[in-house]
Design a protein around this ligand. Structure first.
Ligand SMILES: [Fe+2]
Ligand SMILES: [Fe+2]
Length: 162
């Protein structure tokens, strides 16, 4: 059985992962309107991945005999000024998520909840990857100058994501 404080914190993280999915879906829709099909595809897959993060924690709470409680998901914005602005936000957002995961790890240590600690290690590693991808794409956009015409190569590259 999982402690109530840990359960509440994990439920909150389910909500934050679903918000991430929502945010990336909004970014995907934005890229569709700017005809950046590769960026749009990348973001759509990223949204799906965030949904799977939420479900990992959701399933874990249930496996530990806890209660899943779903709350309202905050609405993301719908427009950005440029692809560069989108990826600045992605990078900042992922750094924020990393902080949330680390706070959860700290709580699991405080609660002496070894099972939750172990489950969260997957997320610790995943966040290293997420930050790396976001900062890599951001720096590529900066190199290309954030001019739509110059971004087609990157759009093509991102469109290869499976
Ligand atoms: Fe995530
Ligand atoms: Fe990932």
């Amino acid at each position: 059985m999982i402690a109530k404080t840990m359960e509440a914190a994990l439920n909150r993280q389910v909500n934050r992962e679903l918000y991430s999915a929502y945010l990336y879906l909004a970014m995907s829709a934005y890229f569709e309107t700017t005809n950046m099909k590769g960026f749009a595809k990348w973001m759509r897959l990223q949204a799906k991945e965030e949904q799977s993060h939420a479900m990992k924690i959701y399933d874990y709470v249930l496996a530990r005999g806890g209660t899943v409680s779903l709350e309202a998901i905050e609405a993301p914005r719908a427009k950005w000024a440029s692809a560069g602005k989108v990826f600045e936000e992605v990078y900042a957002h992922e750094q924020k998520v990393t902080g949330m995961i680390h706070t959860l790890v700290d709580l699991s240590v405080k609660e002496k909840d070894h099972a939750t600690f172990e489950m969260l290690q997957w997320f610790v590693k995943e966040q290293v990857e997420e930050e790396e991808h976001a900062s890599e794409i951001l720096s590529q956009i900066k190199t290309l100058g954030d001019v739509v015409g110059h971004l087609f190569w990157l759009d093509h590259q991102l469109g290869k994501r499976e």
